[in-house]
Design a protein around this ligand. Structure first.
Ligand code: PMP
Ligand code: GLU
Length: 395
């Protein structure tokens, strides 16, 4: 019989983060005591002031289709946020609100990339980047980084990866999965290379912007020569504990924003209207209102580094943002633990799931197969228990 599924989906990888989360949920439903550290999802409730705005929106009968690119007053709140936090000036025609930053990224890929266009991805990168690029028929070009450079790409590495086919650079800072944050100086040095290649566009994914432990956040679009070719991606999932509300947005050159609007208009239309109203409340609030969550993540980062640091074979760096650690665990490759052969990071993550009942994600999905990703967006109690189990399973 003829294959019903398209080549596109057949050649696509399943999201490893979502697959591991689903597997952990399945095992839990079977009665197994699984601690899930696989999903990048704050364990806090959405703040009350945001929930109140959503309740009001329901009562105010926000129930119709919204403009495809978002309500005008939400776009204004986004413009104000970009000005306040990032020193970036946008007009309404440069803003597009979408169903999560994931859709924002997909829109951009679909409107900018043609077959064979190369997209530079400093590795490790967020799982979905490579697949989204491939869906749009682009070619991901990975630039490997390692723990020695805090998983950051240098200007020399960027320049060496550029070819006549390079169309874009995609990166996140703070980075999922490494937690690395590019300093302003580091971004300046990347920008100095990019200024020599005016046709290369940049996706700067800043969804972890506020989850930063002190280095300070810089938007690459604010650096000389970068504004006109940067698509700044952000959203409310992480900082406001709103993963399920599904709101992301971009600030971009008008031509790209208009194209995203056109693309989204054929695929999903405007994002959920109640969530859009709630997002106005989130973005209008001073950042101090969410500081309690950031402080808690900071404490947990220190705890996790301390506890994992006691386990032989875990090589760690100090991530400056997001809520992940990305230890190099290649020490275990070639070893047999409890009769199980560990050859790669996927074997190691599976071993932790089966022998420690702790769900993590293999680094392979992020373009680095010497590491695993551990999310510390979990309670201190769960983190202590999970790491004690990991330690016991590796003893
Ligand atoms: N970018 C990065 C780096 C992420 O970790 C995530 C995680 N969900 C997203 C984008 C997408 O976020 P969302 O679709 O929930 O807005
Ligand atoms: N971005 C989060 C993560 O990396 C959520 C899951 C996803 O959308 O992939 O775990």
């Amino acid at each position: 019989m003829k294959e019903v599924l398209s080549e596109r989906v057949l050649s696509m990888a399943t999201s490893a983060t979502l697959a591991m989360a689903a597997k952990a949920r399945e095992l839990k439903a079977e009665g197994k005591d699984i601690i899930g550290l696989s999903l990048g999802e704050p364990d806090f409730n959405t703040p009350d002031f945001v929930k109140d705005a959503a309740k009001k929106a329901i009562d105010d009968n926000y129930n119709s289709y919204s403009p495809v690119d978002g309500y005008a007053d939400l776009k204004q709140a986004i413009i104000n946020k970009f000005k306040r936090d990032n020193n970036l000036t946008y007009t309404p025609n440069q803003i597009v609100v979408s169903t999560g930053a994931k859709q924002s990224l997909a829109n951009v890929a679909m409107v900018v990339l043609d077959k064979g266009d190369e997209v530079i991805l400093p590795a490790p990168y967020w799982v979905s980047y490579s697949e989204i690029v491939k869906i749009a028929e682009g070619t991901p070009v990975e630039v490997p980084t390692s723990i020695e450079t805090n998983f950051k790409m240098t200007a020399e590495q960027l320049e060496a990866a550029i070819t006549p086919n390079t169309k874009m650079l995609w990166f996140s800072s703070p980075c999922n999965p490494s937690g690395s944050v590019y300093t302003q100086e580091e971004l300046e040095s990347l920008a100095a290379v990019l200024r020599k290649y005016p046709d290369i566009y940049i996706v700067s994914d800043e969804i972890y912007e506020h989850i930063n432990y002190g280095i300070g956040h810089t938007s690459i679009a604010s650096i000389e020569g970068m504004y006109d070719r940067t698509i700044t991606v952000n959203g409310v999932s992480k900082a406001f504990a709103m993963t399920g509300w599904r709101i992301g947005y971009i600030g971009a050159p008008e031509k790209i924003a208009r194209a995203c609007n056109k693309m989204q208009g054929q695929i999903t239309s405007g994002a959920n209207c109640i969530a859009q109203r709630a997002t106005i409340a989130a973005l209008d609030a001073p950042v101090s209102k969410i500081k309690y969550m950031i402080d808690e993540f900071h404490k947990r980062r220190d705890l996790v580094l301390e506890l994992l640091g006691e386990i032989e074979g875990f090589q760690l760096n100090v991530p400056d943002g997001a809520f992940y650690v990305f230890p190099n665990i290649s020490y275990f490759f070639g070893k047999t633990l409890r009769g199980k052969q560990i050859e790669n990071a996927a074997d190691f993550a599976l071993y932790l799931l089966e022998e420690a009942n702790v769900a993590t994600v293999t680094g392979e999905a992020f373009g680095n197969d010497n590491c695993i990703r551990i999310s510390y967006a979990a309670s201190e109690k769960e983190l202590r228990e999970a790491i004690a189990r990991i330690k016991a399973a590796l003893a």
